[in-house]
Design a protein around this ligand. Structure first.
Ligand code: ADP
Length: 493
């Protein structure tokens, strides 16, 4: 199949979260199956910085193409580079438009945010035309690319290149929808087909990119089976549940995979001590290094709880604020935190690190190497998310034998099974049902029970739980076939 894959993030070039990892892995694994996948991403400032640092070589593909978006004639170029990694090289096409993309962040709250991502979508389809690449599937991801299904069905319909093109929209997080005042509509370049936007919303003065995708995509996937069910309910649908129910069987949940070229303790180049399920005791070397790096003393009997996360409301840190101070003062435990985001959570972890300097360390920021070291060096991993479409870190944790403690929601519910049995012989982690302090406290208490004294027979038992967690298979080879089937289901026979 010919597949055009368009996303606002692709790791390692541009990533703020799971979208970046997944948008690199899906094209890579589809290519390995022999499909022709072309990836399109903006040339953000940080892509240029990454490229300069890592000697990425860009090839010029398209120069000075113009597109009329509302009042503005926007001129862009396209350059190409290969996605790093083993196997078949995958081409990534970067849309260069300095005045729109040369900004500090990937996402902005600037007044032209809708224009930035409208351009990405126009450029992606213009690239197809230039290369005479006739996609069987256009795969859109989240609101930033959710106009593509409508564009293929309207503005690009005249071009026979797209006569057989079908579209798939993946919702990675329904909490972000690209909802703008309807005055933004001309800037999408779709004024002439404005009758295809949701008319009630237009009357109310809004346009919503994600909703437009939900209405026009031939298939809609989301990143776990549980989240696929959840977003069709008012509780989790963030106003779009009715539209998703309306799409019926076109909506499906495909669990994300993990990219084991990047995330596996056997070959991780970013950790000092590699290990496998059979040599899980070697993990201790990573724990020592993690604590050294974070400036915490090493106590073999104290369990280390890791956190790597965007510090957002979604991630459930309000529970940490309620429960962790007591846990930390009453028990011999340590907490290592990496992340940035909302000031109130950053301040909480900074304060804990100040007040309990031997027990808590907080690295404010984004660090790929530290994220790997925390996965490899912690004993437990905390993910008490309020909602979690899929979540990658709990799967990384399982793969690294770092026992995840999660709220049972979305993809966390699909991947973490609470350890149980008289000898703790089932399960791979700890999952708590209700999002409240009592349940989280229970989960942390239970983790201390699993940990025991952290010595002798207790340690041997804990190692057994780790080995079991490590043996689950979360790799993309197991998942990618689900996408191929989803694509084939919408293609003409
Ligand atoms: P989300 O996409 O909602 O942020 P996921 O669990 O799906 O959550 O994916 C998060 C990804 O982002 C993981 O690869 C994680 O390691 C990474 N990540 C999040 N915060 C940081 C950080 N501060 N430094 C490095 N990596 C981070």
């Amino acid at each position: 199949m010919n597949i055009l894959f368009v996303s606002a993030e692709v790791a390692p070039f541009a990533k703020t979260g799971g979208l970046g990892d997944v948008s690199a892995a899906i094209p890579r694994y589809l290519s390995r199956l022999g499909h022709d996948v072309r990836v399109v991403l903006p040339l953000y400032k940080r892509v240029r910085e990454y490229a300069a640092k890592h000697n990425v070589h860009f090839t010029r593909v398209l120069d000075n193409v113009s597109v009329q978006l509302g009042q503005r004639k926007v001129v862009f170029s396209i350059v190409e580079a290969k996605l790093p990694g083993e196997g078949v090289p995958v081409s990534v096409y970067f849309v260069a438009q300095p005045s729109l993309f040369d900004r500090a962040g990937i996402y902005t709250s600037d007044a032209d945010e809708h224009l930035r991502f409208s351009l990405l979508q126009w450029a992606a389809l213009k690239l197809c035309q230039f290369q005479q690449f006739s996609p069987d599937i256009v795969h859109a991801n989240d609101w930033q690319t959710a106009l593509l299904p409508l564009m293929i069905k309207t503005a690009f319909k005249w071009d026979r290149l797209f006569a057989n093109t079908k579209s798939v929209l993946t919702i990675h997080n329904i909490g972000h929808q690209g909802s703008f005042a309807s005055s933004a509509l001309p800037d999408t370049g779709l004024s002439e087909v404005s009758e295809h936007f949701h008319q009630e919303q237009l009357k109310e003065g809004r346009i919503n990119f994600l909703l437009t995708g939900i209405l026009y995509a031939d298939a809609i996937t989301t990143v776990s089976p549980t989240y696929a069910r959840e977003i069709t309910t008012p509780e989790h649908g963030v106003g779009l549940d009715g539209f998703l129910r309306g799409r019926g069987a076109a909506v499906m949940g495909i669990l994300n995979g993990i990219d084991e070229d990047v995330w596996s303790p056997e070959k991780d180049k970013l950790i000092p001590q590699r290990y496998s399920a059979d040599t899980v005791e070697l993990k201790e070397g990573n724990k020592r290094e993690l604590l050294r790096k974070m400036g915490l003393p090493y106590h073999p009997r104290a369990p280390v709880y890791g956190i790597v996360s965007r510090m957002a409301w979604q991630k459930g840190f309000d529970l940490c604020m309620e429960v962790l101070p007591r846990l930390l003062t009453q028990h011999d435990v340590q907490v290592v935190v990496l992340g940035s985001g909302e000031p109130k959570y950053e301040e909480f972890f900074s304060r804990m690190a100040r007040e309990l300097p031997h027990k808590v360390a907080f690295h404010q920021g984004f660090s790929e190497p530290l994220a790997h070291l925390i996965e490899a060096g912690s004993d437990f991993f905390l993910m008490p998310s309020r909602y979690e479409p899929c979540g990658l870190n709990q799967m990384y944790s399982l793969r690294y034998g770092t026992i995840p403690i999660v709220h049972k929601t979305g993809g966390l519910a699909d991947t973490v099974r609470t350890v149980r049995g008289t000898r703790y012989e089932h399960g791979n982690g700890i999952s708590f049902e209700h999002f409240d302090a009592t349940a989280f406290k229970w989960a942390l208490g239970y983790s201390l029970e699993l940990w025991g004294t952290g010595d002798g027979a207790d340690r041997a038992r804990f190692r057994e739980i780790q080995r079991r967690a490590m043996r689950d298979d979360w790799g993309w080879p197991r998942r990618i076939g689900d996408f191929v089937r989803a694509y084939r289901a919408v293609l003409p026979r």
